[in-house]
Design a binder for this molecule. Structure first.
Ligand SMILES: Cc1cc2nc3c(=O)[nH]c(=O)nc-3n(C[C@H](O)[C@H](O)[C@H](O)COP(=O)(O)O)c2cc1C
Length: 414
């Protein structure tokens, strides 16, 4: 029986262990986690979600405090159009986050950045251009453009000196999304170097509607693979979503995938950015505690634990400090939902908002416990301590388990 280690992912001159640890914002896939994947010969991701905030925590900068001070006058105003990101500071924060990570990289693997294009940041095109270019300037090995694809994103960097040297990939959940992207970007004369095909069991936001359960990753991968063959397009396919064991991964590699992208199993590693008490919630979760809901103001369904503190929280929108989901005209669906509840309960000191959440604040505080569908199986990947808590794993342990395991087995830590 084959193991993942019997396969290799070829990306240009690189020959890699075909395991890619997916991006998990906000700083859930930390630099440390991505560096472990690279050290072990695979690909790791940092995330470019809310980088100024991440930088404040990582390097003790004061981007958030200063932005709040600048826009404090607007806090009570529901029109957030004045709350603009300073592009030079955004570039500086990105350069620092990426640059320091790349300086620390060891080993034969690569570190990519997951760029969530749905972070429209009150200026979608300008801010995205700065984020992409700053990451390239700071030496990132590759960029994965995540769901919510801006169809013209390659054009934003086509004049960058590293446009052809850096690896550029996209995440899609359907053949149609891939076809539209390729058509829109054909003018740049550059194909993606890889395509992550994310199925309905993934963590984070989903590229499906609330009918996600009707879709199946293997079917979508086969459809895209057959179309690429018919079009004579040689682009590595990387399935993601619910690939829980090395044997699951081998199944996809044998059907023609070039690698797999995995995330959930790494949420309970020491290198992951989630606080340990939250990691214990992930371990403890049962299947019926995992739901796909519509509380993300992005409009995309999102999978999370039902006991996430973000659900129902009615905090005042924090756009002056954050504001990553403000659209081009300074709106966010949470602001509307919050204002509606405040108007309906004028006497209340605190309101509850159930239909949307302030995602910036709650992701920043690790209070939105987004997770893959198989989170309920994490307890089977470790040992339980005498006090009932679960033993955290090392990223190396999980990576090597994917790389070498057979027969659907999962090795437990020593
Ligand atoms: C906690 C968590 C956070 C995630 N955040 C992001 C994200 O910020 N951007 C993104 O493109 N995908 C995100 N994902 C999706 C993963 O990168 C990956 O494609 C997917 O979860 C793989 O499926 P698995 O978790 O079943 O292994 C996230 C997944 C998890 C579990």
């Amino acid at each position: 029986m084959k193991r993942v280690d019997d396969f290799r992912l070829r990306l240009g001159k690189h020959e890699l262990v075909p395991i890619m640890v997916g991006g998990m914002g906000v700083d859930i896939s930390t630099a440390e986690l991505s560096l472990e994947a690279a050290r072990l010969g695979g690909i790791g991701h940092i995330s470019d979600a809310m980088v100024p905030t991440v930088s404040d925590r990582r390097f003790n900068t004061k981007y958030v405090r200063n932005k709040l001070a600048q826009y404090k006058f607007n806090v009570a105003n529901s029109d957030k159009s004045v709350v603009q990101f300073d592009l030079a500071l955004l570039a500086e924060a990105t350069a620092m986050h990426v640059g320091r990570t790349m300086e620390a990289k060891r080993g034969p693997g690569l570190v990519f950045i997951n760029c969530m294009e749905k972070l429209t940041m009150n200026g979608p095109k300008e801010t995205l251009r700065v984020r992409l270019r700053a990451a390239l300037d700071a030496g990132i090995d590759g960029i994965t453009l995540a769901a919510g694809l801006h169809l013209g994103s390659f054009a934003l960097i086509e004049d960058h000196p590293r446009f052809h040297d850096a690896k550029l990939g996209i995440i899609v959940s359907s053949l149609r999304a891939l076809q539209i992207f390729l058509k829109k970007n054909s003018r740049t004369g550059r194909l993606p170097d890889y395509v992550v095909v994310e199925g309905p069991l993934a963590g984070g936001h989903l590229g499906f509607g609330m009918d996600w359960a009707e879709y199946d990753l293997a079917t979508i991968v086969a459809e895209i693979r057959n179309w690429l063959i018919a079009e004579k397009l040689d682009i590595p396919l990387i399935p993601a979503g619910g690939i829980f064991t090395g044997s699951d991964a081998v199944g996809f590699l044998e059907m023609g995938a070039s690698a797999v992208q995995v995330a959930t199993r790494f949420t309970v590693t020491r290198e992951c950015g989630l606080p340990e008490d939250v990691q214990q919630e992930y371990f403890k979760a049962s299947e019926d505690q995992i739901e796909v809901n519509q509380i993300s103001p992005t409009g995309y369904p999102m999978r999370m634990l039902k006991n996430s503190p973000a659900i129902g929280s009615g905090i005042r929108p924090n756009c002056e400090a954050y504001g990553y989901l403000l659209d081009a005209s300074g709106n966010c669906q949470y602001i509307e939902a919050y204002n509606r509840e405040v108007a309906a309960h004028p006497e209340a000191r605190k309101v509850k908002v159930f239909d949307k959440t302030c995602l910036c604040t709650h992701m920043r505080n690790f209070d939105c416990w987004t997770c893959g569908q198989y989170t309920y199986r994490l307890k089977d990947t470790t040992r339980q301590n005498e006090d009932g808590s679960y033993q955290l794993l090392s990223a190396e342990h999980v990576f090597r388990d994917y790389q070498f395991s057979t027969d659907g087995k999962i090795s437990l830590p020593e």
